[in-house]
Design a protein around this ligand. Sequence first.
Ligand SMILES: [Zn+2]
Length: 330
Amino acid sequence: MPPSDRRTPLRRIARAIAMLLALGVAAGAVLLLHAHIQIRGIDPDLPSLEAVRAQADLGELPIRVSTWNTASQVTPRKQVLEASLDPDPQAPYVMSHAVFLLEWADGRALLVDAGMDREQAQSFGRPIEWVGGAPIVPHGGIAERLGSALAGRPLAIAFTHLHSDHVGGVVSLCGALPGGTRIRVFQTPAQTDLVNFTTYPGRAALDRAGCLVRERLPDVSLAALPGYPGAFVIRAAGHTPGSQMVGAWVRESSGVRGFLFAGDAANAIDGVRRDVPKPRAYRFFVVPESEHRQTRMRGFLREAEQAGIVVALAHDERHLATTGIPVFGD
Ligand SMILES: [Zn+2]
């Protein structure tokens, strides 16, 4: 048998592997391209700050806001801000995975995001370790920490977006609440209808959760949340096609204070305050973003902050500690 014939089976296997790899790369490129084209095409109007302020006059406002951080991870700042544009690249950064809870005097409760359970946090934190992060420290999911306080109360959730680190905890929350509990989920039409490869798993988690009743909000720049006066959702996009900002006016003992829960519009508050985008590789390969839209959103959030509204991001632990939002249960 000539030598070339002896190599044939090996060659066939090598060729098959190469073809599979090429197919995988091509499929990945198609998904990535689709996500980029989709997200870049979404740039609807943002509301005026007057429209945001008007939500404070709509009825009995919530009387309390609190936060629960489901996990913390010391992370290199260059993983969340474009290093070449960061005026303070040496500043420390801790990635939080915070949820927020708004409570009305009659017991109604509205969650913003659901964070992650302990195990979900462990697997989410691993790839961040590969790029220089410290091991993630889970603090307990919402079922574990908030479940007993929420049982038996009218409850709703608004997700800033459907990434698994914002959605994960809802599955065990449904399991922890008394049988027959229904949680209303307020979604913009974009969050209901538009998905990409980064939001499939989060949307599947919503389908699995078993106690959620989705409510489609009108397709407007700012929609009040029915039954939850003072709380509203703003069409965001930018980070995912269905990203939404959640806002609320809260009647605190010192007066009425406005909050915007901006999800991942930026991962560090300096992104907003100093107009620094996320790292290029992140917004191209990891989560396809519309930088044009994100720039607009950062501008909107800067204006809101300058007008005295508290901007709360999901992932900036050190900033969250300065907002005066108390930790749930403290
Ligand atoms: Zn996130």
